[in-house]
Design a protein around this ligand. Structure first.
Ligand SMILES: Nc1ncnc2c1ncn2[C@@H]1O[C@H](COP(=O)(O)OP(=O)(O)OP(=O)(O)O)[C@@H](O)[C@H]1O
Ligand SMILES: O=C(O)[C@@H](O)C(=O)CO
Length: 413
C-alpha cells in the first residue's frame, strides 16, 4: 500500500486525484488520524499544513504521518510537495526528506516536482513553469515562498544535509535500467538525492519503473500518477461523483498568476466582494460583514465569490504595511471563520483557491477526510467530506483554466 504525506491540502487532493484516476482506491485524510483506518484501500494520502511552518513542526507532523501510515499497512512512502517547489533556502523539503530517510533507514531518494500536464518540467535540473524558468515565472512574487532560483540541486543543497546530483534527460530517455545505474553511480559518489529530468510524461513513466523499490519517493503529483499506474496494472479509476447543485461559495485566497486571471474572469459574471487585508487585520466584526454579504447573494446564478487575490504590486504594498505573516494569517483566519459560518448556514459546496487558504478552511470545517471525485482540471478533483454531504474543490494557485470557477459549477448534477 502506498502512503502519501502531502505538505498542503490542495497538494493532497492533487495527488489523490491522480492516484484514483490511475486505478488506486484512495482515501484522503486531513491531518494525522487519531483512529486506525477502517476501509480497505490501495493508497492513503495524509494532508498536512506543513509547507511554510517552522521546520521542527514540519518534521514532527511528517514523521507522525509516516508512523500512522506505516502502522496502517503502508510499505512505500511518497512525500508530496509543490510542482513549483515552493520552498526557499529556509524551506522544509530538505529537512523533511532527511527526517523521513532517517526514519526509514534509507540513504537515497529522488526529487521530482515535474508535472508536465500542468507545464512543470525539469531539464538539466532546472524547473520550468510553462516556457520560462521557475525564477522567471509568477512564482518569483509568491507571497510566502518567492522562488528566485530554478536550480533544484542548489535549492535542495541549501536546505538538506546531503548533496544533490542529477539524472539528466539523456540518461532518462534510455529507460529505467539506465536510470537505476545512474542512481547507483550517484550513491557511490556520495550523493543523497537525485533530481531527475522530466520534460514530458514519458520520462515520469521511466522514473516510476526506476523507483519501484524505493521506500521513499519525493515529488509533485506527476510521478505519483505513473507509480499508481504501475501498481494498479494500468487500471482506470472509477470515482466519478460530482456535487449536487446547492448553496455554493467561491473563496479565493491565492495571489498566483492563474488565480488572478480566474478571479478577473469570474468577476465579469458573478457577485464578488474583495476581502480587504486592512479590515481582516483590524476589524473584529469583519467576518460577520462578509458573511452577511455572501448569504444575501447565494441565490445568484453563479456563486458569490470572496477574494483576497491581488496582483504582485498590490500584494507588496499590503505586505509592506502589515508584514507578510500578519497579513497572510489575518486573511487565512478570516476565510476559515467565514467558511465555518457558511457551513453552519447551509452552504454545501465550497470552491477554494490557494493551498494555504484551502488547508486552513478544511481544518476549520473539521472534516477528518475526503472521498475523491471527478477532476475539474488536472490535479483538482471534487471532494466529498467523509462525514457529510459537503463538497469542496481545493484549487492550487496556478491550476485550472481561466474559467475554472464557473466550469466547476457547470459540473453540478
Ligand atoms: N491581498 C493579500 N494580501 C496579503 N496576503 C495575501 C493576500 N491575498 C492572499 N494572501 C496570502 O497569500 C497566501 C497565498 O497562499 P496560498 O497557498 O493560499 O495560494 P497559492 O500559493 O497561490 O496556492 P498554492 O500553494 O496552492 O500554489 C495566503 O497565506 C494568503 O492569506
Ligand atoms: O503540486 C502542485 O502544484 C500543487 O499540488 C500544490 O502543491 C499547490 O499547493
Amino acid at each position: 500500500m502506498l502512503g502519501v504525506i502531502a505538505d498542503d491540502f490542495t497538494g493532497a487532493s492533487d495527488i489523490a486525484s491522480f492516484l484514483v484516476e490511475n486505478g488506486l482506491t484512495t482515501v484522503q485524510m486531513n491531518g494525522v488520524p487519531k483512529q486506525p483506518l477502517m476501509s480497505n484501500v490501495d493508497a492513503i494520502v495524509i494532508s498536512l499544513k506543513s509547507r511554510s511552518n517552522p521546520v521542527n513542526e514540519a518534521i514532527e507532523q511528517s514523521i507522525n504521518a509516516y508512523k500512522w501510515l506505516k502502522e496502517n499497512g503502508c510499505t512505500q512512502f511518497y512525500f508530496k510537495y509543490c510542482s513549483t517547489f515552493d520552498s526557499t533556502a529556509k524551506g522544509n523539503i530538505g529537512p523533511v526528506t532527511d527526517a523521513l530517510l532517517d526514519e526509514l533507514g534509507e540513504d537515497f531518494t529522488v526529487i521530482t516536482p515535474a508535472l508536465p500536464v500542468n507545464g512543470r518540467t525539469i531539464f538539466n535540473g532546472y524547473l520550468f513553469v510553462g516556457d520560462v524558468l521557475l525564477s522567471e515565472s509568477g512564482m518569483k512574487n509568491h507571497p510566502i515562498t518567492p522562488m528566485t532560483d530554478a536550480n533544484l540541486m542548489r535549492l535542495m543543497d541549501a536546505q538538506a544535509k546531503g548533496k544533490t546530483g542529477l539524472v539528466a534527460y539523456a540518461d532518462v530517455i534510455q529507460g529505467g535500467k539506465r536510470v537505476k545505474e545512474r542512481f547507483a553511480e550517484l550513491k557511490a559518489q556520495g550523493y543523497r538525492y537525485a533530481v531527475v529530468d522530466a520534460a514530458d510524461n514519458s520520462q515520469l513513466e521511466v522514473l516510476a519503473e526506476a523507483v519501484d523499490e524505493f521506500k521513499l519517493v519525493t515529488g509533485g503529483s506527476g510521478l505519483g500518477a505513473y507509480m499508481a499506474a504501475r501498481l494498479s496494472g494500468g487500471k482506470k479509476g472509477t470515482n466519478a461523483f460530482t456535487p449536487s447543485k446547492g448553496k455554493t461559495v467561491v473563496l479565493s485566497g491565492s495571489c498566483s498568476v492563474m488565480t488572478n486571471k480566474q478571479v478577473e474572469k469570474y468577476k465579469e459574471k458573478a457577485p464578488h466582494l474583495y476581502l480587504d487585508a486592512e479590515k481582516a487585520v483590524n476589524n473584529p466584526n469583519y467576518v460577520e460583514e462578509l458573511y452577511q454579504w455572501v448569504i444575501a447573494n447565494l441565490s445568484a446564478d453563479l456563486a458569490p465569490m470572496v477574494y483576497a487575490t491581488v496582483p504582485p504590486d498590490s500584494l507588496k504594498e499590503i505586505q509592506n504595511k502589515f508584514g507578510v505573516d500578519k497579513a497572510s494569517h489575518a486573511i487565512e483566519n478570516t476565510f476559515a471563520k467565514l467558511a465555518a459560518k457558511l457551513k453552519e448556514y447551509g452552504v454545501t459546496n465550497f470552491i477554494n483557491a490557494g493551498g494555504e487558504t484551502s488547508s486552513i478552511v478544511v481544518q476549520q470545517l473539521g472534516f477528518t477526510g475526503f472521498h475523491i471525485g471527478k477532476q475539474i482540471a488536472p490535479g483538482v478533483p471534487w471532494l466529498k467530506a467523509v462525514e457529510e454531504d459537503i463538497y469542496l474543490a481545493l484549487k492550487s494557485g496556478n491550476f485550472g483554466k481561466e474559467d475554472f470557477f464557473e466550469y466547476a459549477q457547470g459540473m453540478f448534477v
